[in-house]
Design a binder for this molecule. Structure first.
Ligand SMILES: Cc1cc2nc3c(=O)[nH]c(=O)nc-3n(C[C@H](O)[C@H](O)[C@H](O)COP(=O)(O)OP(=O)(O)OC[C@H]3O[C@@H](n4cnc5c(N)ncnc54)[C@H](O)[C@@H]3O)c2cc1C
Length: 644
């Protein structure tokens, strides 16, 4: 594999000294924009999910003018609406031993020591404020009888710190952010730009000063200028074709920013969620998540006998293997996602899987229903059970769910410093689109926490530090940089339409997804990864000779939108594989079969790989440059993760 390595050029920008005061000291050191001057600055916010929606509302509340873009017809349709189980915060309401320090510790450990301590500590510190902010907006979190907010447990923690609104937490949080956003739309501080797809970022003198969008209704290319640009465009696990993400989720904005100079960090850190409804057939376009909250009460098991085709209720207790409880007695069914996913894969690979394909394990609520009663279980998980029943035609009240791991979340993303600024000055990345605070594995209920932390509590401070040095409104869309960027987008649209081949974009996407799933999925090895790189290169070549994009560019054209996203995935897919190849260790989600213990646990190589891989585009997809940001662990000492 060809790539150059550069060390020591990336600084996280966080202050040194006691971790507890870093964020306070940093905020004091950040430059401020005078309140009266804020209205002179315009910020482009691409994305209206929990990251972008929260940020757009907060920046407008501060006085900035905000242009807020999304590909859907309404900001409320951002993928965040699908989040189910909950959001973490170190409030310690159950009085069970939680603290900022414990949330920090659990997150660094859960991420298998591949995240930045300073960022994670700030996230834990801000977590309590997020809950207060959302309650003030009217988010209807579940409550105890006495009125206090209720908590439940998620994987990788031995305390209950997850706040939730049944199985619809994302929807309720998004409605909260949306109401704040609409207040700003009404006051004229936010201009909503729905059904626009950002297809390029415009750089003037090396700074991000605008974007080029395709109007998804008229097909026109549009130019927007601003003093700074933020991307909150979500994750890219649909690169695997089948994932729990919305079909519209994509990497296009982040990838095109990467090609303009923003480094892409840890692209192969991909979370495979253990509890999803298994694949039913090749016509399926997505997979459905069954929330991790179900692991609070559901027990995961397989028959002790291989290929046992008896109905689950006919298999007696002593012929069942509750393999997570057996292997990890301390955490049991609440081990982190990477550990649970690998254990399920392993047991199915050994022939103990259930269902028609043998690629599933049971998630059983019989014991919980006996203990808590049908009504209580329904109150907690009713909507998830109903969703499962609608899809499979089986009732989880009567028969165990069948579940299997599926791509779900991307810890990788655009590299950002402590201010959430990418390597392009003025270009910031928030929420799942940045490489985030989760290292090599995200703990459940921590994505919503991070997205809202970035949007409500980090970017409102840090963007001022950038803007304070900028002359407001200094760039117009007449600038020649806009001409060049628009021509670039027009050229890529025209090229897609001109191929007129035989294979659909979906077919290429499926093929890409299969090779990534097989070789850069739950477990990886160098030979398989190399095979994938070769396959992706061939696929990309064929794509540009044989893709069939129907319709034209000057109107609404879903096939064209999709083809552009698949074209980007065919490039990002190669970088994912290269990153997985370079990381010659196992860590978190990244299990290399050449680095595992006899029991199949991940073996890290801290001496060599305790760094963030930040990839730089060189103009040659096959030869990216690797910038290594060294990670220091001063507060949580490097140790082998142990959930036994
Ligand atoms: C089924 C499911 C359940 C989940 N449950 C939980 C949970 O319980 N707890 C938890 O913490 N996390 C959960 N997650 C993860 C969490 O939902 C996401 O990580 C988070 O919502 C991402 O928010 P975001 O704002 O970064 O991006 P998104 O919500 O994905 O928003 C992306 C935005 O960017 C816009 N956009 C994208 N590309 C472009 C473009 N090129 N041009 C213009 N606009 C663009 C979109 O229109 C959208 O507005 C879940 C994820 C899934 C898939």
């Amino acid at each position: 594999m060809d790539f150059d390595i550069v060390d020591g050029t990336l600084s996280d920008g966080a202050p040194d000294g006691p971790i507890e005061t870093r964020w306070d000291r940093h905020r004091f050191d950040l430059k401020l924009v005078n309140p009266a001057n804020k209205r002179k600055y315009k910020v482009i916010m691409v994305g209206t999910g929990l990251g972008g929606g929260a940020a757009a509302a907060s920046l407008a509340e501060l006085g900035y003018d905000v242009l807020n873009f999304c590909i859907q017809d309404s900001p409320r349709r951002a993928h965040s609406v699908a989040a189910q189980g909950g959001i973490n915060a170190a409030k310690n309401y159950p009085n069970d031993g939680d603290s900022v320090w414990r949330l920090f510790y659990d997150t660094v450990k859960g991420g298998d020591f591949r995240s930045r301590e300073s960022n994670v500590y700030r996230l834990a510190q801000c977590s309590a404020n997020i809950i207060d902010q959302c309650v003030a907006q009217g988010v209807p979190f579940a409550r105890e009888y006495g009125g206090t907010l209720a908590n439940r447990s998620f994987g990788g923690a031995q305390v209950s710190r997850t706040f939730y609104a049944r199985g619809q937490t994302g929807q309720q949080l998004l409605l909260g952010a949306y109401s704040s956003l609409m207040r700003q739309v009404a006051s004229g501080k936010v201009t909503m730009m729905p059904r626009r797809e950002m297809l390029d970022v415009v750089l003037v003198d090396g700074h991000a000063k605008g974007i080029i969008c395709r109007n998804l209704v008229t097909g026109e290319l549009e130019r927007y200028a601003a003093d700074a640009v933020c991307l909150a465009t979500g994750g890219y696990s649909t690169v695997y074709f089948l994932s729990t993400n919305a079909v519209n989720s994509n990497a296009t904005a982040a990838w095109r920013a990467h090609k303009r100079g923003a480094f892409f960090a840890n692209p192969s850190f991909m979370q495979i969620h253990p509890t999803c409804i298994p694949l039913q057939g090749s016509a399926q376009s997505k997979l459905t998540l069954m929330s991790e909250s179900l692991r609070n009460d559901g027990r995961i098991w397989v028959p002790k006998k291989k290929a046992d085709d008896r109905r689950p209720k006919d298999i007696p207790e002593d012929e069942r293997d509750y393999f997570l409880e057996r292997r990890y007695p301390s955490f049991g069914n609440l081990v982190p996602r990477d550990v649970a996913s690998r254990a399920a894969k392993q047991i199915c690979d050994e022939g103990f899987g259930v269902g028609p394909t043998g690629l599933a394990v049971y998630l059983d609520f019989a014991e919980a229903i006996g203990r808590l009663g049908h009504e209580n279980v329904e109150q907690k998980y009713g909507n998830l059970f109903e969703m499962y029943r609608e899809i499979t035609d089986e009732s989880p009240y009567e028969t165990p769910m069948r579940i299997y791991p599926a791509p779900h979340y991307t810890m990788g993303g655009l590299w950002v410093d402590y201010n959430l600024q990418t390597t392009i000055p003025g270009l910031h990345a928030l929420g799942e689109s940045n490489f985030s605070d989760h290292g090599a594995n995200r703990l459940g209920a921590s994505a919503l926490m991070q997205g809202l932390c970035d949007g409500y509590f980090v970017i409102p401070y840090t963007i001022g530090n950038y803007l304070a040095d900028q002359t407001p409104d200094s760039v117009s869309t007449e600038d020649e940089a806009f001409d060049a960027a628009e021509a670039n987008v027009r050229d890529s649209v025209d090229r897609l339409l001109a191929v007129k081949g035989e294979r659909t974009p979906r077919d290429f996407h499926w093929d890409l997804g299969r090779t990534l799933w097989d070789n850069v999925g739950m477990s990886r090895n160098p030979e398989g990864i190399m095979e994938s790189v070769g396959h992706i290169r061939k696929l990309r070549e064929e794509f540009w000779q044989n893709v069939r994009v129907v319709g034209s560019g000057d109107t609404m054209n879903k096939a064209l939108e999709y083809a552009g996203r698949v074209a980007d995935y065919l490039e990002l897919g190669e970088l994912i594989a290269i990153d997985a190849y370079n990381r010659d260790e196992s860590c978190g989600c990244h299990l290399r079969t050449d680095h595992q213990s006899e029991e199949g646990e991940a073996l890290r190589r801290d001496d060599e790989f305790s760094y963030v891989s930040a990839w730089e585009y060189t103009g040659d997809l096959g030869r990216p440059r690797l910038n290594r940001e060294k990670l220091d662990f001063e507060n949580v000492h490097l140790a082998v993760r142990n959930y036994k």
